[in-house]
Design a protein around this ligand. Structure first.
Ligand SMILES: *Cc1c(COP(=O)(O)O)cnc(C)c1O
Length: 353
């Protein structure tokens, strides 16, 4: 069935293994981040086989799917007050930056007779989640009072919101915070987590500060590229995941619509470039399933012209092969496209073993 995402299991395994090897040379363990494929259990297992040390996701519903896999499950998004019981039940570790939430987690863990491990987030400039570094001595003593929580470590998230790139400076700040916490409060932090796929380039150029011992990697594993500059990671594949969609119409038409132009289906006012007559193809996939601006036809002569909810329109005039109705067109993708494809219930998953 189409449309489908073809997943090359060997390429995914090789991507994960390559990143695990790069990290382990520096004494760094890798949590694989599974949110981009909505926590596909089969893909999570492949990443564990390739050496990932834990499964990390933003959503507790996703971690629930992993309950039978024997490894640490990590909740990355700050827990909602309304989900603390589930967090304690399905996550071994959660990332936190609010005392009121830690309070509720402590109660929930205590009721469940568990010790829940927490990683404390610090905001080092990207302006998404985290305590500010200057609050460290205000918050750490309070967190250490919770009987049912164990401070497993500290972490920073960068690049996702503010676009701030990890550097020896800001990651050095994280290490300094760790040193300070350990010496001031006489505890040992097991995890000093230096970010996501945007930190991979520091592994490649040898600038990762000593003592960073964990990364959480999603994009790097699935797309084979680091996320600070968008460069390919040597020894990985960018086509472990490929979208295939089937052509349902193929005709020669003009490039300019005929009639009075109003709004398109999404409330935008479309603009057109007159390229004369062209060979136009429609494939059966649309904006309900994918962000078409984040797709790249593997036939480089094909251009994506636009898309509505369930149709994507292609310019096949300069395509490198001859297409007909019923043929399948394939696309590589960016992160945003993949996120949506795996969320759409209309997209098949085809595992290439
Ligand atoms: C999504 C997420 C990651 C993974 O990011 P990638 O760029 O896909 O590697 C890591 N940490 C946190 C807190 C996240 O939310």
């Amino acid at each position: 069935m189409y449309p489908r995402v073809v997943i090359d299991e060997k390429k995914l395994y090789q991507n994960m293994k390559r990143i695990v090897e790069m990290a382990s040379l520096k004494g760094i363990g890798v949590f694989v981040v599974t949110k981009v494929h909505s926590a596909d259990v089969k893909l999570a297992q492949i990443c564990l086989d390739a050496g990932a040390t834990g499964l990390a996701d933003s959503r507790i519903q996703n971690l629930k799917k992993f309950k039978d896999l024997p490894c640490d499950k990590i909740l990355l998004r700050l827990p909602m007050h309304s989900e603390v019981e589930e967090v304690v039940a399905y996550a071994d570790i959660s990332f936190n930056s609010e005392l009121s939430t830690l309070d509720k987690l402590n109660l929930a863990a205590s009721k469940a007779n568990k010790t829940h491990r927490v990683v404390i987030m610090f905001d080092l400039g990207d302006l998404r989640e985290g305590f500010l570094p200057e609050q460290v001595d205000e918050v750490i003593p309070q967190i250490l009072k919770y009987n049912a929580l164990k401070v497993e470590g500290i972490a920073v998230n960068l690049t996702c919101y503010g676009g701030v790139i990890p550097t020896p400076d800001n990651l050095g700040e994280l290490v300094a915070l760790a040193d300070h916490i350990e010496s001031t409060y006489d505890i040992k932090l097991n995890i000093i987590s230096g970010g996501n796929s945007s930190s991979i380039y520091l592994l490649e150029n040898g600038q990762m500060p000593e003592r960073i011992n964990n990364l959480r990697i999603g994009e790097g594993v699935v797309l084979g590229r680091e996320a600070a500059y968008g460069e390919p990671i040597k020894g990985t594949h960018d086509d472990a995941f490929v979208l295939e969609a089937q052509i349902v119409e193929l005709k020669e038409k003009t490039s300019m619509p005929r009639g009075i132009i109003g709004m398109d289906a999404f409330g935008g006012k479309p603009v057109f470039e007159d390229k004369g007559k062209m060979i136009r193809g429609i494939v059966a996939v649309g904006r309900q399933d994918v962000d078409h601006t984040a797709l790249f036809p593997t036939d480089q002569g094909i251009e994506i012209i636009g898309a509505s909810s369930d149709h994507m329109i292609l310019d096949l005039t300069h395509a490198n092969s001859n297409y007909a109705v019923g043929d399948v067109v394939s696309f590589k993708m960016e992160y945003g496209a993949m996120l949506k494809l795996f969320t759409s219930e209309y997209i098949e998953r085809y595992y290439l073993g």
